[in-house]
Unconditional design. Structure first.
Length: 207
């Protein structure tokens, strides 16, 4: 489990695809690799990946086809900056919110407005995910835990949500350099997904 509090910015060294539809990603992670063992979990732009090799501050991970299809990992190239977070230890502080590292879909930056001390960002969201996003609720954008400040009406054909970024978030995560049209990984609040699933079985439970 993660909390959406980014520990450092890593950099992609290489990404190599194989003939089976998967890929191998190598990235720099000088801080995160210090307590990361083989088989350990590392969130890369919000995607939980498993370390298969660690050497001199570099981490290698395997990326399966499902992950390449559902996230932006396959769009990364050498030199790209990525948000990194190690999994939270038992008893650790939950400074953000519960983040699983299981990306639900990909959105895009639709608007960006400088408010002086902070920035307002509006992201488009796949219609199937809009129902899980609530004003003042939590969402992970490229692995960053954020509070939703506004959402589109339920009947909106092209749904969106907005967040506000403080200077620390702008400086310490990749969201500070995102441009209009850039795609991002989205993970909605897991509680909303479980609630919907439970309600789907409610009639059977009462029968």
């Amino acid at each position: 489990m993660f909390t959406g509090i980014i520990a450092e910015q890593g950099e992609v060294v290489s990404i190599e695809r194989d003939g089976a539809g998967s890929a191998t990603l190598v990235l720099t992670a000088p801080e995160s690799s210090r307590d990361l063992g083989l088989g350990g979990s590392l969130a890369v732009n919000g995607v939980c990946l498993t370390a298969t090799s660690i050497e001199d501050g570099r981490v290698t991970v395997d990326v399966m086809g499902e992950t390449l299809e559902r996230t932006t990992i396959g769009e990364l190239g050498p030199g790209a900056s990525v948000n990194l977070e190690r999994c939270v230890p038992a008893g650790g502080r939950l400074d953000g919110h519960v983040v699983q590292g299981h990306v639900d879909g990909v959105g895009a930056l639709a608007e960006r407005e400088d408010q002086g001390a902070w920035h307002r960002l509006r992201f488009s969201v796949p219609p199937r995910l809009a129902r899980y996003i609530a004003e003042k609720g939590s969402i992970a954008v490229d692995g960053v835990s954020l509070t939703v400040t506004a959402v589109s009406p339920a009947a909106e054909a092209e749904p969106w949500f907005e967040v506000g970024l403080i200077p620390t978030t702008l400086a310490d995560t990749g969201l500070g350099t995102k441009n209009t049209g850039d795609r991002v990984n989205l993970e909605v609040d897991v509680l909303a997904k479980y609630t919907e699933r439970l309600l789907a079985f409610a009639p059977e439970a009462r029968a």
